[in-house]
Design a binder for this molecule. Sequence first.
Ligand code: 15L
Length: 277
Amino acid sequence: MAVADNNARRIVFTGAAGGIGTMIRPLLAKAYPGLILSDKVEPQNLRPGETFVAADLAKPEEVAAAVEGADAVIHLGGYSVEGPWDAILQSNIVGCYNLFEAARQAGVKRVVFASSNHAVGFYPRKRRIGTDVTVRPDSRYGVSKAFGEAVGALYADKHGMSVTCLRIGNVGPRPLDVRRLAIWLLPEDLVQLIQIGLEHPDIRFEILYGASDNATAWWDNSRARQLGYRPTGKSKDHRAHAEAEQAKIGPDAVGDLFQGGSFCSLEFTNKVERAGP
Ligand code: 15L
């Protein structure tokens, strides 16, 4: 893969002070030393070369100021779990639209968007899905991620932006429970996927799964592999830990059937046999 001159590129990273942002910042800084970090609050311990621009995604003028002069955006900002409609609406629907529109106006060429497994969380665990399936969100949060993927497709098709949507599973040093054995993503592997989105010459619009090399995966991530993704995390190496943690959690009659887990059982009033074919 041809690597651009990363010192000369202005790359804006939204959500830099959040959980995933904090985990991957030091890893990203190795490849992109001059990252422009953005969030509502300033992340701690800015490194030499890093700069910070405060922005509330719901405020278009602040988002425009954050992406001014940027070549690329890594968009992790927004609400990262299920929440009240108004919070999701402002951060993830209005905020995501503001981000893409500000990026278009600023002439940004590439956007890597943090989507989520919860855009397809109502697929049963017994199904293996690719990226061509109909979305099946398991929450208002999942709906907002499906919306973000749709906005990304619009800006790719209508404006020629290069957009990569990463349907992220669960990022961390190791899988937290049995469900996460299927969807775990090592931070280093997330950085690899982001680099593909920022640099691969063939990207127009892509949806890739944000998962490591997990033996029990529910997702076909062959497109990511075609683009050069070589995940190094293997969830089977952490099975004993995940099973021990799972034993501490009670059964979830709905969540245990579906890929989205507890996001599916939250506020669930349906019958399981009528949900998520
Ligand atoms: C997500 O999308 C969330 O951001 C994260 O907090 C986890 O809940 C993760 O999904 C998951 O499914 O485990």
